[in-house]
Design a protein around this ligand. Sequence first.
Ligand SMILES: Cc1ncc(COP(=O)(O)O)c(C=O)c1O
Length: 428
Amino acid sequence: MPDNHKKSHHGAHPSTAVLTRGFNPHLSVGSARPAVFRSSTYVFSSPEAAERAFDLTSGRVAAEPGETPDLVYSRFNHPNAEILEDQIVPLEDGAEWAVVFNSGMAAIMTALLSCLKPGDSMIYTVPLYGGTQGLIHDLLEPFGVRCVPVMAGRSDQIDQAIASTAGLRAVLMETPANPTMVMTDIRRAVAAASKLPERPVVMVDNTFLGPAFQHPLQLGADIVLYSATKYLGGFSDLLGGLALGNDSELGKKIRVKRGLHGNILQPDECWILDSRLPTVFLRMNRQSKNAQRIAESLVGRPEIRKVYYPTLFDDPEQIRIRLSQCDYSGAMISIDLHGGKPVAFEFLRNIQLARNAVSLGGVETLVCHPKTTIHSGLSPEEMVIAGITDGLVRISVGIEDWRDLLRDFEHALDAAKTVQLSETVPSK
Ligand SMILES: Cc1ncc(COP(=O)(O)O)c(C=O)c1O
């Protein structure tokens, strides 16, 4: 049987490496699972070792080959962060390092601030997660960074913006884009960035499809970003974030900035997140299969104006991008309902198995109304550009039996239909 999987750690496949590397039981009194190291500070073996550890942690000197610096203080690093970072690397195709954060926003902010200073420019695709858009408007722009939006999926516009933006230091893409699933061609943006004399850092928020179905580092991106709160965490019970890449200098810069910002993930949360990694491919495969079946079954329902799901793209360029950069389509669906907000709210009121909550990627199905929740901070113009309508409902599909979920949605659509009808029939 052909075996095209990336192998690492003694030639093992990712699903094996995640369980076998990064943790030595003998350092945890023989326990089969890592201990939780709840200590804010670490005892040095000598004053010289302390001096060396500070030089290494601050990035003032580089480690000798094979040198393991002493731990210093848990805002910089701690064993559970190290174990988690080592174990996630094989799951992300092309990654050599990982840096863990206390949320996805922390990972995005710290990665961007590692590459940008006042006077620099960055390009970002829209639609974008509302929080990231807020970070751009409320932090980066007042800080003096010129932030240029480009339409996700419009490769010609992105090429043009990359070629013509002075002082460009970072390109941030979210693909598929939240909540309309528009895809951006990562390889092509990397090619445009590589033509510049000083190549900007290309970052991809891979929260929706990674690490299972999309591999931006293999397509030439420099940094992959995650809200680990979502599929990596998988159970809607923790917050976390990650940056991964293969350029060691970039990894070092981000790690040093994390020490300054103080936004490393705490030991207990690292331990929990670490225990979720071995099942992330299993969960995402099941969630993606469920979502595809549900999305394709909802097509044709008269209450729905449009189902947004990658296998249902009708634009040839979007189909090309999907086929060229995604293994499977993932578990996020959006539906645009006729009748706007009252109908969308009636739909939400009538779901019984799925829950009306923001966030995504958990084993349980969550449904929300983007316009009044996750994207409510967007300006009316940004809302139109992003394609966020009054009737749009976003669904994060879990691992339940898809037939039960479909029945739940069909029942909620039947209920929403009564509002649609009362809106269209004039009262006497
Ligand atoms: C695509 C995407 N990126 C980043 C984030 C931010 O992650 P967090 O909530 O973990 O800070 C989210 C949160 O919903 C998201 O959907």
